[in-house]
Design a protein around this ligand. Structure first.
Ligand SMILES: C[S@@+](CC[C@H](N)C(=O)[O-])C[C@H]1O[C@@H](n2cnc3c(N)ncnc32)[C@H](O)[C@@H]1O
Length: 396
C-alpha cells in the first residue's frame, strides 16, 4: 500500500495502541543523554505500568541526572485492562468492565531502596508502593489536552513518548504552543500535514537519529487481530506487529544531522527531467542529487533522513496543502487516464491533484493523455529543495 494511503488507513482505524520497545527507546536516547540532565521529563501518553518510556526513564533516572519524571495514563487505553501490569499497586482500581482509572506517577528520586547496590525497576516499584504522592489518581481521563495534563506539560522541560497517531497533529500543535522540547515517535508521512511540514521547513523539527528505514516492532493489545505478515506472539502471549515508515521526530539537536550528504552525480537533462507542473528537476533517489545543480530539485520524502539544514533549504512539498498554490504551474483536467492496454480508467488528470508530473509513458503504469497525444505520469510525493552551498561537493 502506498505510504500516504497507509497513513489514512491508520487514521481511519485509529490504530493508536502500538507500544514502543525499550530497545528502540534506548537506541534513540543515546544521541541526547547530556541534554536530559536536571530536566523534568513528561511521558503523557504512557501508562506508567505499561510504557517502556516510563520504564526507561525510571531505570535511568540517576544515570541521566533527571530532576523529575512524570508519566500519565489515559483512560481510553485498553492494554492494562487486559494485560500484565508491571507492578501491583493497592488502591489502583482496574475495572475490566469499564475502563481503567487514569493516574499519574511523579518521581523526583530513585534511591537504591533494597540496598543491592544498583538502581533498577524493583527500586522504582518499592518507591511507588511505599512513598506517598508518587502515584495519584487524575481528576479527569488523562487526555493530554485536559487542563490537569496541560499543567503537567507546562512543568515539563522535555516530552518523550509515542503519541496516538490519530491525534499526531493536535499533539504536536500543543507541544509547539507551550514551546516544549520533544522527542516523539510518528510516521514519515506526518510530512503530509501542512502545519507539521511548516515546522520541518522552518527547521523547528527534524527526524531523530536512529530510525531511517525498514519497519519497527510494536506490541499491540490482546484484542488486536494479527493478520499481516511479520506479526508474532511471544512466549507470554504478547502480540507484536511490525510497522513501516516509523520515525522519531524531535527538536533536540544532535551532531549527526549536521553531517554533509556526499554528492557525486553530475547533472544532465536526460537523467534529471523537469517536471511538467513544477519549476524543478525530478530526482528519484536521494543519492542521485547532482553535485553541480543549484536550482530547485524535487526529491523523495526519504530526503529528510539525510537532511542537513546547512547543506539544503527546503522550499515546499508537493503534498496538497504543503506549498503555495502558485508553485503549481499546470492542471490536467483536459487529460484522460488509460491503463497500459489502452483502456480508459474513467478519470481525468485532475485526479492527480498536485502530484509532480513528468511528460512520459514508462509503459508500466497508468498514464494520462490529452487531445494532442501528450502522455504524462505522476511521481510520488516530492520535497522541493535547493542547495545552500555552491555545488562542488563532487570535487569538479
Ligand atoms: C501509540 S500508543 C503508545 C503508548 C506508549 N506511549 C508507548 O509508546 O508504548 C499511544 C497511547 O496514547 C494513548 N492515548 C490515546 N488518546 C490519548 C489522549 N487523548 N491523551 C493521552 N493519551 C492518549 C493510547 O491509549 C495509547 O496508549
Amino acid at each position: 500500500m502506498p505510504e500516504i494511503q497507509g497513513l489514512r488507513k491508520a487514521q481511519k482505524d485509529k490504530n493508536d495502541e502500538f507500544y514502543t520497545s525499550i530497545e528502540d527507546i534506548e537506541k534513540e536516547m543515546r544521541f541526547y543523554r547530556d541534554q536530559f540532565k536536571d530536566k523534568v521529563i513528561l511521558c503523557n501518553c504512557d501508562d506508567p505500568y505499561e510504557s517502556n518510556f516510563f520504564k526507561y526513564f525510571a531505570m535511568n533516572f540517576n544515570v541521566l541526572g533527571l530532576k523529575k519524571l512524570i508519566s500519565t495514563c489515559y483512560a481510553g487505553s485498553p492494554i492494562v485492562t487486559e494485560q500484565l501490569s508491571l507492578f501491583d499497586v493497592k488502591g489502583l482500581v482496574v475495572n475490566k468492565k469499564t475502563e481503567k482509572t487514569p493516574y499519574k506517577i511523579e518521581i523526583t528520586e530513585v534511591p537504591d531502596s533494597n540496598g543491592d547496590g544498583a538502581v533498577d525497576l524493583s527500586d522504582v516499584e518499592y518507591l511507588i508502593k511505599n512513598k506517598k504522592n508518587v502515584l495519584t489518581i487524575l481528576k479527569g481521563d488523562g487526555d493530554f489536552r485536559s487542563e490537569e495534563c496541560i499543567e503537567l506539560l507546562k512543568e515539563a522541560d522535555i516530552v518523550v513518548t509515542n503519541p496516538p497517531f490519530s491525534l499526531f497533529r493536535e499533539y504536536v500543535a500543543q507541544l509547539e504552543k507551550y514551546n516544549k522540547k520533544y522527542l516523539i515517535i510518528g510516521n514519515v508521512n506526518a510530512i503530509a500535514y501542512r502545519d507539521f511540514f511548516k515546522l520541518i521547513k522552518e527547521n523547528k523539527v527534524w527526524m531523530g537519529a536512529s530510525i531511517h528505514s525498514g519497519d519497527r516492532e510494536f506490541r499491540v493489545p490482546e484484542s488486536y487481530p494479527l493478520k499481516a505478515s511479520g506479526t508474532r506472539i511471544d512466549e507470554h502471549g504478547n502480540k507484536y506487529i511490525r510497522v513501516k515508515g516509523v520515525r522519531w521526530w524531535t527538536n533536540l539537536d544532535y551532531k549527526e544531522r549536521h553531517e554533509k550528504l556526499i554528492l557525486y552525480k553530475k547533472y544532465n537533462p536526460t537523467d534529471y527531467p523537469r517536471f511538467d507542473n513544477y519549476d524543478a528537476i525530478n530526482i528519484d533517489k536521494v543519492t542521485d542529487i547532482p553535485c553541480d545543480y543549484n536550482d530547485m530539485m524535487g526529491v523523495p520524502i526519504t530526503f529528510l533522513d539525510k537532511y542537513n539544514p546547512e547543506q539544503f533549504e527546503i522550499i515546499a512539498s508537493s503534498q496538497t496543502g504543503c506549498h503555495p498554490d502558485s508553485m503549481v504551474l499546470k492542471k490536467y483536467s483536459d487529460y484522460f487516464g488509460y491503463t497500459q492496454d489502452r483502456k480508459s480508467n474513467g478519470r481525468t488528470g485532475a485526479t492527480m491533484g498536485n502530484n509532480p508530473i513528468l511528460v512520459k509513458d514508462d509503459k508500466k503504469h497508468v498514464y494520462y493523455e490529452n487531445k494532442d497525444g501528450i502522455r504524462v505520469q505522476s511521481t510520488y510525493c516530492r520535497i522541493f529543495i535547493v542547495k545552500i552551498e555552491e555545488g562542488d561537493e563532487g570535487g569538479n
